[in-house]
Design a protein around this ligand. Sequence first.
Ligand SMILES: Cc1cc2nc3c(=O)[nH]c(=O)nc-3n(C[C@H](O)[C@H](O)[C@H](O)COP(=O)(O)OP(=O)(O)OC[C@H]3O[C@@H](n4cnc5c(N)ncnc54)[C@H](O)[C@@H]3O)c2cc1C
Length: 379
Amino acid sequence: MIDLSNKENCTGCRACLASCPKHCITGAFDHEGFWYPKINTNQCVDCHVCEKVCPVNTGSTSDGASEQYAVYCKTALIRKKSSSGGIFPLMAKTIIGDGGVVFGAAFDSDFVVRHICIDKYEDIAKLRGSKYVQSDMGDSISQVKSLLKEGKKVLFSGCPCQVNGLLNAIDKNLSKNLITIDFVCHGVPSPKIFKSYLQERKKSGDIVEVLFRNKKYGWKTYSMKIESKNGNVYRKVFVLDTYMQLYLRNLISRPSCYVCSQNHRSDITLADYWNIAKKHPEMNDGMGITKMQIHSQKGQLLWGEIQNQCVSICDEIRDLDIQKPRIVPPKRQLIFDNIDKYSFGELYSKYGKQGFLYEVKNRVKTLIKIVSYFLGKNL
Ligand SMILES: Cc1cc2nc3c(=O)[nH]c(=O)nc-3n(C[C@H](O)[C@H](O)[C@H](O)COP(=O)(O)OP(=O)(O)OC[C@H]3O[C@@H](n4cnc5c(N)ncnc54)[C@H](O)[C@@H]3O)c2cc1C
């Protein structure tokens, strides 16, 4: 039976729930807003399947990264709407064009992030773009299994732990038609904190759109954009947005993210190529470049199908970004201890706010970067 005594040992991928032959695993959200499995010990027959599929137990398999590219989609609109270079939508389009389906993270009507499956390219807008909240996997793993059994081609995109859980839960003989994309992952924040943040934004009107990675002020100075039904638009560059500040300072992530040891067992890993100006200055146009790592032959084949729609450079040196364990800031505990007591704004003021000098420095640095973007310098 999986060890649920320490929350760091569970990523919430639901591979255990999808694989239990006795169906004795259910789950619930804890007071921090993260999902954990619950085992009915009366029904458990100690078959250890849940332990075998858990990505925390199998996370140390080495990745087979072989090729790395700096890459972006030639179609400006696709690139503009995606987080980095717009590579994921191109891959999704290819799979759907082949009669396949695509799994990824989308907002539901209440702006809860959930994994969904699409089979029409018109629905790509739901999946594209990073959502900095843990995505609820629902019964995605079981759905993937059924679709593979029907002989469908499936593209699954998610965090490394979600992909690794899925790979553990799928029989090897079924995985021929499964292709997986993961990304370099900073960690996943609490859906409950995000809900509390949106509650405050809702005061300006009912929300119709949330974008974490709007590129109006450039890719490196991406902004949080929240649009209300009444036309009200909230837009703040990430370093000035209170939710993004808490996330990037590791104050609201899932406990397992602080000790993450998930390797990239996917076919393809995507990331932001933040140091592009240093590595390939000729590509640095400020609109977003993806760092793409191809780990398998399946990944190579998919890349081959979209390559002519992209501008790319193959890197000579492979430099992997594997998640390193992070220190849990003491203020994280205070935030979650008081999550039910205070509004998001109060939580931020009490435990997230930085000193006056830090705030001023942040604003000046951001302003310089935005000006540099509009001058075409892209610092
Ligand atoms: C939570 C999170 C943390 C990240 N941390 C880093 C980082 O530290 N460094 C870095 O270089 N890159 C990070 N990325 C990856 C980066 O933001 C881009 O997703 C990546 O560069 C691909 O960009 P794209 O333009 O090709 O695709 P896009 O069109 O932006 O597609 C995004 C893909 O990510 C999936 N996705 C979005 N949100 C979630 C979610 N919450 N959970 C699971 N899947 C999701 C979507 O389904 C889609 O497949 C992170 C992404 C996420 C979601």
